[in-house]
Design a protein around this ligand. Structure first.
Ligand code: SF4
Length: 694
């Protein structure tokens, strides 16, 4: 007999929402969660949490979950519930047939940053060792792939350089294209506490975010740049620092290549990078750019945090490198209170990238063409491996529409809702012979699937997630999988149905293989994580308990690299037909496309997406707050209600993308980052007009 609220047992696990990676004590009674309590000893959250982690776990047992495998011949047929054997054989036969008819490279995988490290490792192993190609990609493609490219180029590793504890020691925070109090609330609260203590704040964002409303002692600046001009503004900050000689010469001479810096300085000093010139295209007053540059350079310890407002642009990778340049030239890398941190939107974006889910890299960011790494995996996996990079997600869609890509295993990702240009995605899926959706729910992508494999929630599995500060956190099984299997087991069953002979019996064995094959994880094991609570990679012989701060004595690549960051305007232009720029973001109570949070009580706080529009733009169109409006772009149109606000500047409109009824991605374009194909979700030319509703 239990008193109300008394748990039978407590299972320590990790929140499955954002990249902060809060630790929780799941208070369990039998197979029921009584409550989720943020762990006081959680190293990322120290006993704090937000409304998502604490209250929005009910989706895990929601009635909408599908618990049995299903198949259908054609996507117009009704689903047929079948045994696991039948579903796996159906999937394997069609995948084999696609390869027999259209070649080895005609099938691939899209995995998700929601999955554990161990699941992701197995999915990329399935692609490489069983499919025999490198056609594996991850939803990180559509969020932080430019971080992977940009930070690796500049510093030598694709990860945030400092930990969240550094916030308590920083003197100034430069926040670019992220809204931490909504998107990363526990980190946002920590930032607010530091602001109250007197730290300075610079926000580069087209929209006035809540962090700017924090009562604080220090100075703050909001640079409300026009969407699409990040590179120009960040490069102009560097222009001011160089022209006023505010850089840290000793740091640059010892940690970077001085001649390379001189060449970069020459590039920066060109008048086109001056605040006055950049004001003309970004609409940020030149004086604000100068003040912000001086404040960042003068701060003894300055930290940069950025988000998808940096990466989801046609120049996402260039902005990441411009940010890296700024931090290096002011000596703000490798000391407590300093650094560059890409705040990851999803629980395991970092881990998904670390685990080799990109088509060009093995786990640990080693290129598939590297003979030494390939030989290592050929030895461990016992099969020959391809040295050719595989297809990225948008290339898979293009190849499908060209009739050359015929089969997809999509795990934990609703690509129809979350990828740009929905019509392009659904056209590609419709043209495939086999689409396997492995998920908790029959999501929008499942409308185009032939096989549905029911997935398990974070409460039903063991494994690890890696947060935005490279912290590897344990996920522990609190209840048995309602579908019968943990997700890693399902991938193993599919691999074995296709002819492999995998024999993992627990995710700890998968982590042991990761440690054996990945230098930055060589010291990681479930035993260590149980003992320490969590560790930050690199965790190896040189750092047996992990590495909170990276690049302390030198950059991973040797000398930090300055890249010339030329601003190139996006192809997406406003004009008389589409005069406004639409940009997108998140709200505190909801999460991404809402598949989880919409199935919890959090729904009452935010039941629809709205369009924020400046009073002058609303007045010109005869729009009042609460009116239905039609948002039309070159790609498509959607309807939602208007909210009139001065948070956005004239000429800019903003919405969230949590509700499928809104389908914000119907209007977004298929422009993408030049280096990584990360979609340009943040800049879409639109027209807004009154409407009668959807
Ligand atoms: Fe922590 Fe993020 Fe989960 Fe909120 S959503 S509890 S901030 S990990």
């Amino acid at each position: 007999v239990f008193e109300i609220g008394t748990p039978e047992r407590i299972v320590k696990t990790t929140c499955a929402y954002c990249g902060v990676g809060c630790s929780f004590d799941a208070h369990m009674r039998g197979e029921e969660v009584v409550k989720m309590v943020p762990s006081k000893d959680g190293k990322a959250n120290h006993g704090h949490s937000c409304v998502k982690g604490r209250f929005a776990w009910g989706y895990a047992t929601h009635q909408d979950r599908k618990l049995e495998p299903m198949v259908r011949e054609k996507i117009t047929d009704p689903w047929r519930i079948v045994s696991w054997d039948e579903a796996l054989n159906f999937a394997a036969d069609r995948l084999k047939k696609a390869q027999a008819d259209f070649g080895r490279d005609s099938i691939g995988v899209i995995t998700s940053s929601r999955c554990t490290n161990e699941e992701t490792y197995l999915v990329q192993k399935l692609t490489r060792a069983v499919f025999g190609n490198n056609n594996t990609d991850t939803c990180a493609r559509v969020c932080h792939s430019p971080t992977g490219y940009g930070l690796k180029t500049a510093f030598g590793t694709s990860a945030g350089t400092h930990d969240f504890d550094s916030i308590d020691e920083t003197d100034l925070m430069l926040i670019i294209g992220c809204n931490p109090t909504d998107g990363h609330p526990v980190v946002g609260s920590r930032m607010r506490a530091r602001l109250r203590e007197g730290a300075g704040l610079i926000v580069l964002d087209p929209r006035r975010t809540d962090i700017l409303e924090t009562p604080h002692l220090g100075d703050s600046w909001h640079l409300p740049l026009r969407p699409g001009t990040n590179v120009a503004v960040v490069t102009s900050l560097a222009h001011v620092i160089v022209s006023e000689k505010l850089y840290d010469e000793e740091y640059i001479r010892t940690r970077c290549d001085w001649d390379e810096f001189l060449a970069y300085s020459e590039f920066l000093l060109d008048p086109r990078h001056s605040p006055e010139e950049v004001e003309k295209l970004s609409q940020v007053p030149a004086d604000l750019i100068r003040q912000a540059a001086r404040a960042y350079a003068a701060a003894p310890r300055a930290s940069i945090f950025y988000g998808l407002g940096v990466t989801e642009h046609s120049q996402g990778s260039t902005t990441v490198m411009a940010i890296a340049n700024l931090a290096m030239m002011t000596g703000n890398i490798g000391r407590p209170g300093t650094g560059v941190n890409p705040l990851r939107g999803q629980n395991n974006v970092q881990g998904s990238c670390d685990m080799g889910s990109f088509p060009h890299e093995y786990p640990g960011y080693r290129h598939v063409s590297d003979p030494e790494t390939r030989a290592l995996y050929e030895r461990v996996w016992g099969v020959p491996l391809s040295d050719e990079p595989g297809l990225r997600i948008p290339n898979m869609f293009d190849e499908a529409l060209n009739g050359r890509f015929k089969g997809l295993y999509c795990q934990g990702e609703d690509i129809v809702q979350s990828d740009p240009d929905t019509k392009h995605v659904t056209g590609a899926l419709s043209s495939m012979d086999i689409v396997i959706v492995h998920d908790l729910f029959l999501n929008e992508t499942a409308n185009y699937a032939h096989v549905f494999l029911p997935g398990s929630s974070f409460l039903e599995k063991n494994g690890t997630f890696t947060n935005a500060e490279r912290r590897i956190n344990m996920v522990r099984k609190a209840m048995s999988p309602k579908n019968g299997y943990e997700d890693w087991e399902i991938t193993q069953m599919l691999a074995n149905t296709l002819g492999a002979n995998w024999t993992y019996t627990h995710p700890s064995e998968i982590m042991d293989e990761i440690a054996m094959t990945t230098p930055s994880f060589s010291g990681v094991s479930f035993d260590l994580l149980d003992r320490e609570g969590s560790v930050q990679w690199p965790c190896n012989e040189a750092a047996p308990l992990g590495t909170p701060l990276m690049h302390i004595d030198g950059f991973v690549r040797g000398k930090g690299k300055f890249i010339h960051t030329e601003y190139v305007a996006t192809d997406e232009r406003t004009g008389s037909r589409f005069p406004l720029l639409l940009t997108t973001g998140r709200i505190l109570s909801q999460y991404n496309v809402g598949a989880q949070t919409r199935r919890t009580d959090n729904q009452v706080w935010h039941s629809e997406d709205v369009l924020e529009i400046h009073p002058s733009d609303a007045e010109n169109r005869g729009i009042r707050s609460g009116d239905w409006v039609r948002v039309a772009s070159r790609s498509g149109d959607t309807s939602l209600r208007a909210e009139i606000t001065e948070r956005v500047a004239p000429g800019v409109v903003y919405t969230t993308f949590h509700h499928p009824t809104t389908q914000a991605n119907v209007v977004t374009t298929d422009n993408s980052d030049w280096a990584t194909n990360c979609p340009e979700f943040k800049v879409t030319a639109v027209q807004v007009s009154p409407s009668n509703g959807p």
